[in-house]
Design a protein around this ligand. Structure first.
Ligand code: F6P
Length: 362
């Protein structure tokens, strides 16, 4: 199969994650080894809809990018070619432009496309593969919520950033005898909150998988007060919600929910329900930026190399995945099957509970 491949493109889609450049570098280097021409698609699938220039990447383009956050190709989480927003007569209407992607790929004489993305991007890749595009997927998201792989790159760096924030909040919380609320990312899954909360020694961790009772949170803070520990650290995933309540965020014109605000809600309720002074920190996109950790560079490099070899073997419509200790491949269909949330009986949840961390419910 290897001899059929000449021209391979790489695209990065969805929210960025530290390690994207390491994947691009690994795909390109392995591809150069096969003698392929490698192309960079700008801004996700937008670059195959006639926006921006598709450039050939050479050794110079990928030099020095291994430790860089972001993506040298650019990305977007708005450009679904199957449901593409177009303004017509002052109104936004949605069109299926997927055929244009296939036409553009044919014009560029691409033999394969390596798509690096999360659930949304890989779903589009799967649907394009069904229409005949020769696609290989690479799993990415700081949220670590893709079901077919043990872990996604970018997660470890995000956990590092969040843990560092908790460490810093600890010293100021203790000095001022305050409760500090830290809102971290995690739309449907609480992996970042749970991992950084345990690593940072948080007192309360609230995750989307465990709808919380604010009374329990207040009681935990007051118990600590009574024991002379006059400060508390409360880590809240952006997707956490009270029992019987809804996720907090802003409804966007396309109907989607931009999460954010649960931290404020928790901070207000803890301030009202305890004698503590409370402060809120929203970590936001800091978790998506910065240099990838060595672990993420390594995982991203392994994924990139495996994706290029998968292209060479003709493994289209598949995604590379980590099944420790090996990198395997799975059908894209399986990869986008369901969100990998934190199992309630998982070791991480048991660890948190055994350490006395309040999770907001039994
Ligand atoms: O998917 C990762 C993620 O970081 C989510 O946790 C978060 O809700 C979302 O991206 C925010 O994306 P953006 O602000 O770029 O639209």
């Amino acid at each position: 199969m290897a001899e059929c491949i000449r021209r391979v493109a790489i695209s990065t889609g969805g929210g960025d994650a530290p390690g994207l450049n390491a994947v691009i570098r690994a795909v390109a280097r392995t591809g150069f080894g096969y003698g392929w021409d490698i192309f960079g698609i700008p801004d996700g699938f937008d670059g195959l809809l006639g926006k921006g220039r598709v450039e050939r990447l050479d050794q110079r383009d990928i030099r020095g990018i291994l430790p860089q956050g972001g993506t040298i190709l650019g990305t977007t989480n708005r450009g679904n070619p199957f449901h593409y927003p177009v303004e017509e007569n002052g109104q936004v209407v949605y069109h299926d432009l997927s055929d244009r992607v296939l036409t553009r790929a044919a014009e560029l004489r691409l033999d394969a496309l390596v798509v690096i993305g999360g659930d949304g991007t890989l779903r589009i890749a799967r649907d394009l593969a069904r229409k005949g595009l020769r696609v290989v997927g690479v799993p990415k998201t700081i949220d670590n919520d893709l079901s077919a792989t043990d872990v996604t790159f970018g997660f470890e760096t995000a956990v590092n950033t969040a843990t560092d924030a908790i460490d810093k909040l600890h010293t100021t919380a203790e000095s001022h005898h305050r409760a500090m609320v830290l809102e971290v990312m995690g739309r449907d899954a609480g992996w970042i909150a749970l991992a950084s909360g345990i690593a940072g020694g948080a007192d309360v961790i609230l995750i989307p998988e465990i709808p919380f009772d604010i009374e329990r949170v207040c009681r935990k803070v007051e118990d600590r007060d009574r024991r002379g520990r006059k400060f508390s650290i409360i880590v809240v995933a952006e997707g956490a919600k009270p029992a019987g309540g809804q996720s907090v965020g802003t409804r966007l014109p396309d109907g989607s929910l931009r999460l954010g605000g649960i931290g404020q809600q928790v901070a207000d309720q803890v301030a009202a329900g305890t004698n503590n002074e409370v402060r809120l920190t929203v970590l936001g996109h800091l978790q998506r930026g910065g240099a990838p950790t060595p672990g993420d560079r390594l995982l991203a490099s392994r994924y990139g190399v495996a994706a290029a070899h998968l292209v060479a073997r003709g493994g289209f419509g598949r995604m590379v995945a980590l099944r420790t200790p090996n990198i395997i491949s799975v059908p894209l269909d399986e990869a986008v099957g369901h969100t990998r949330t934190v199992p309630l009986d998982s070791d991480l949840v048991l660890t948190a509970r055994s350490l006395g961390i309040e999770l907001g419910a039994e």
